[in-house]
Design a protein around this ligand. Structure first.
Ligand SMILES: [Zn+2]
Length: 312
């Protein structure tokens, strides 16, 4: 498979999820088909972590998932302890998820909860003090706000983004990996994302969600390509594949979609799997950005190695 690609080197997938031990094989196998030799694994199961360490030594950098339930209720002490124990428990970084619908999964979230609430500030201070990166997911695609988040409890996308911006502003030495292109791959949002990158040297983006990246960045190849070139040092390749979701063709499709997007000159290539957000409005098509090799090397490998080291 890899011989058809412009880039022939190793790839670091900076955003994957590790579930139960019996689900790991397929994820690693398919990753290898696409040149993935190292990956950040966000751990969702203790047994999965143990199995991954035993079966695939030298492949993974582990991210510890911080409990939303405690965060939602401002129960910050266990979270801070967790952050301080990151290294000794075999992890290299932490992860939190604030997709707006997280409110639906946790009981009794206080009304008007914000991540920039000062009661949570000691958590971000711990991230800063330990110098260990935090993957922090905020907001979601514009399409979700149109399709799923009409209820005012979710806030607007701009409101969600502004909360993260306040947090970053208060913690100039904390290392934040903001997934999904900072939740701003939509072409009209790139200027704001560029402003973030200029203002905050401590943030780095990842390209997780092949569907979201392909759908939005394909809409204006010139602007997208310029952005990738300009901020080539600040973007990590990532897919968001999850070992628990095991449909092999779906895995392949996600790697395939991004490699087409970053490396080729293809035009109007259908996304290799269904995009629920556009299936009723014509579908999602990929226009390749044909990035220079020097940019691909940074995106696929060098930026992640600088931040996380080579796990091998
Ligand atoms: Zn993810």
């Amino acid at each position: 498979m890899t011989e058809i690609w412009k880039y022939q080197g190793p790839i670091f997938d900076a955003h994957t999820h590790i579930g139960e031990p019996n689900t790991l094989d397929k994820m690693v196998q398919i990753g290898r088909e696409f040149g993935i030799t190292a990956q950040v694994g966000i751990v969702h199961s203790r047994e999965g972590l143990k199995a991954t360490q035993d079966l695939y030594p030298g492949r993974f950098v582990f991210a510890k998932y911080l409990f939303l339930k405690d965060i939602a209720h401002f129960n910050i002490d266990p979270i801070i302890d967790d952050i301080y124990r990151t290294k000794e428990e075999g992890y290299s970084l932490t992860k939190t998820w604030f997709g707006p619908r997280w409110r639906d999964y946790i009981e009794g979230v206080p009304e008007g909860f914000r991540i920039d609430d000062m009661r949570l500030d000691p958590i971000f201070q711990a991230v800063e003090d330990t110098s260990l990166p935090l993957i922090i997911h905020i907001a979601d695609p514009d399409t979700y706000f149109t399709l799923h988040y009409q209820d005012p409890k979710y806030g607007t996308k701009d409101e969600n983004l502004a909360q993260l911006e306040n947090v970053i502003e208060r913690h100039p030495r904390a290392i934040f990996q903001i997934p999904h292109f900072g939740a701003q791959p939509e072409i009209h949002r790139l200027p704001n994302l560029g402003r973030w990158l200029e203002r905050f040297p401590n943030i780095i983006l990842d390209t997780a969600s092949s569907r979201w990246m392909a759908r939005e960045l394909s809409k204006d190849v010139t602007k997208a390509r310029e952005f990738l070139k300009k901020y080539a040092d600040r973007i990590l390749f990532g897919t968001d594949v999850s070992s628990n979701k095991s449909d092999a063709e779906y895995y392949r499709g996600r790697y395939l979609a991004q490699r087409i997007l970053w490396e080729t000159k293809d035009r109007n290539t259908p996304l290799p799997f269904e995009d629920a957000d556009t299936k009723d409005t014509g579908g999602t098509f990929i226009n390749g950005l044909n990035l220079p090799l020097s940019v691909l090397r940074k995106l696929y490998w060098q930026n992640a190695i600088k931040l996380y080291g080579n796990p091998e």
